[in-house]
Design a protein around this ligand. Structure first.
Ligand code: NDP
Ligand code: GDR
Length: 371
């Protein structure tokens, strides 16, 4: 019998990689997607199967984590062996603008999944993975951060995820459910959403290298993150649900890097060496200049500027994870390091914008019809 997995957030970065992984392992994969006025399935279109085909192993269902009735209906219909709850309003900065919605989707949404499984009598059949986050650590209590480090969330997103974390632990203890938290540190890829800092940088640097943009505006360059590759991290999600007993795991690389250094490495990947004028964050916006001539840019060109609009009311300054438990118990080990991750993202974005530039140069409009 094929195992069945239900994935919320399947249209997102992790959902797409996880769906590929589970299909490669022979699973029947069901995903929940939100109704949208524009197509929102770009990342998984290559997995789509016509429902009229025989042996369909990839099925999408309309739904939303804010609607318990549809979750109950879908879970009843699918009877999944595993649920991966990846759906969330996942942007930390945006959560300050939409705190109530974030609490509903990210916090109560987790409860809705757990309660649906319980009400449907599936507690012994269905295993649940909850997408918890290093943002739970927030204000630094200790480094590196492990499964035992106390939480101190610093955004409405992190507070909502804190509820998701604890309600998962509570259902595991109260109802003997196989429900686990993966406390994942930042993970990125060519599929990363365009407004997260790594993708914003690799897109911006690619456009600057191709002379399609002159300057990249960023916020806090001093923040430090433990960045890994999403492909490695979805392997860990799968492994967390294959253990004899349900437990929570930190997934991280154990190495931290500033946003500033990520910027330098991305430029370097495009053949451009950049130099920062001074250290620290200057609210008026300080610049990074291109100090060595490359094949495109003139030395001294200002290519990065700090814009305070990207600062957060409360910031998470330092994240560095301790993955020793996941390495020893799950046998998990990342294949990508940061230079490999940046290379992957830069190669993909340079290719994307080269294509866009070629079309533009040939006279094809890439703007939408209302501009
Ligand atoms: P994305 O933002 O790329 O994807 C989020 C997904 O959730 C999308 O499919 C989105 O749908 C869906 N979604 C949003 N709101 C709802 C809702 N109300 N109901 C149903 N689905 C919804 O995130 P990632 O793939 O990067 O992250 C996956 C999960 O892991 C998230 O829960 C995130 O918070 C968490 N996480 C991510 C980390 C990272 O570094 N990437 C680290 C730690 C945790 P749509 O496409 O329609 O917007
Ligand atoms: P994060 O990721 O908040 O860690 O949450 P993001 O890439 O948004 O920010 C990382 C750090 O970079 C700083 N920064 C900027 N961030 C953005 N988005 N845009 C900018 O212009 C910019 N300039 C500097 C931020 O201040 C921050 O310190 C991600 C999400 O995927 C969450 O869902 C997930 O839970 C955590 O990672 C782990």
């Amino acid at each position: 019998m094929k195992k069945k997995a239900l994935v919320t957030g399947i249209t997102g970065q992790d959902g797409a990689y996880l769906a590929e992984l589970l299909l490669s392992k022979g699973y029947e994969v069901h995903g929940i997607k939100r109704r949208s006025s524009l197509f929102n399935t770009d990342r998984i279109d290559h997995l789509y199967q016509d429902p009229h085909e025989t042996d369909v192993r990839f099925t999408m269902h309309y739904g939303d984590l804010t609607d318990s009735t549809n979750l109950i209906r879908i879970i009843q219909q699918v009877q999944p062996d595993e649920i991966y709850n990846l759906g969330a309003m996942s942007h930390v900065k945006v959560s300050f603008d939409t705190p109530e919605y974030t609490a509903n989707a990210d916090g109560i949404g987790t409860l809705r999944i757990l309660e649906a499984v319980r009400l449907l009598g599936l507690t012994k059949k269905t295993r649940i993975y909850q997408a918890s986050t290093s943002e739970l650590y927030g204000l630094v209590q200790e480094v590196p951060q492990s499964e035992k480090t106390p939480f101190y969330p610093r955004s409405p997103y992190a507070v909502a995820k804190l509820y998701g974390y604890w309600i998962t632990v509570n259902y595991r203890e109260a109802y003997d459910m196989y429900a686990c938290n993966g406390i994942l540190f930042n993970h990125e890829s060519p599929l990363r959403g365009e407004t997260f800092v790594t993708r914003k940088i690799t897109r911006g640097v690619s456009k600057i290298a191709l002379k399609m943009q002159s300057c990249l505006y960023l916020g806090n360059l001093d923040a430090k993150r433990d960045w890994g590759h999403a492909k490695d991290y979805v392997e860990a999600m799968y492994l967390i649900l294959q253990q004899d007993t349900p437990e929570d795991f930190v997934i991280a690389t154990g190495i931290t890097t500033t946003v500033r250094d990520f910027v330098k490495m991305a430029f370097s990947e495009a053949g451009i060496e950049v130099e920062f004028k001074g250290e620290g964050v200057d609210e008026k916006g300080y610049v990074v200049s291109c100090s060595h001539r490359d094949y495109q840019l003139v030395a001294g060109t200002e290519v990065v500027s700090v814009d305070p609009r990207y600062f957060r009311p409360t910031e998470v300054e330092l994240l560095i994870g301790d993955p020793s438990k996941s390495m020893s118990k799950l046998g998990w080990k990342p294949k990508y390091d940061l230079p490999m991750l940046i290379k992957d993202m830069m190669t993909s974005d340079l290719e994307l914008f080269r294509r866009e530039k070629t079309l533009k140069d040939l006279g094809y409009s890439i703007k939408n019809q209302f501009e």
